[in-house]
Ligand binder design. Sequence first.
Ligand code: NAP
Length: 229
Amino acid sequence: MRYAVLGTGIVGRTIAAKLASLGHEVVIGTRDPDATLARSAPDAMGNPPFSTWHADHSAVQLRTFAEAAAFGETVVNTTAGAAALDALNAAGSANLAGKVLIDIANPLDFSQGMPPSLNPVNNDSLGEQIQRAFPDAHVVKTLNTMSCFVMVDPGRVAGPHNVFVSGEDVGAKKQVTELLVSFGWPESGVVDLGGIETARGTEMLLPVWLRLMGALGHTDFNFHIQGAR
Ligand code: NAP
């Protein structure tokens, strides 16, 4: 399948590399491809510049958000939460219409410093905002409750653990579940929470996840729901 991965950070790179390794055609989207390739400094988290990663993944093309979204039969949003709607607007509603739009972003708000808060929160979610803004896309929120390395390699965490899906379109969630299985998730580990409103719940796990990262000192952990079938 042709995938557009919108976002050049560590999550976009990790998802793009996994999709390409599975034989999919992948284009990564960014605001300005030349500017992204010209960056030479590590990002704020210490990840190497995009060009370093791209040198090892040259089969993955780098294009503008709009060009990438036009290419993809399925689109994956891995942009910064506060910028996600801007990035998707740049991708263009016509390029998202009728497509499964997998949303991995979290609406982290760093404006008041660390740790980040959430915006929106409680009575809205980024997943819902995206679905409202792009009503012709089939938004599925998933994978946002774990490190990107666990997303594509669930075996990094010992024992059973879970990944959630939220979205209005049953067919879209089925397609995403098949993708998750191809990433190594057992189908029994995929918990369908219901409509896109349930993204409020998974996005609100982030404050817990961030404190767990602080307490455990690593990111190879995940939520396991005892009793999930
Ligand atoms: P990030 O630094 O949060 O986001 C990078 C992307 O956001 C880049 O593609 C950048 O565009 C785009 N962006 C930033 N400001 C923008 C703006 N004003 N307008 C348009 N686009 C803008 O990357 P990340 O650390 O890989 O995280 C990606 C998402 O995944 C986030 O929402 C994060 O909360 C979520 N998430 C992360 C993890 C994890 O393991 N790190 C786990 C779960 C969920 P350019 O390419 O043009 O620079």
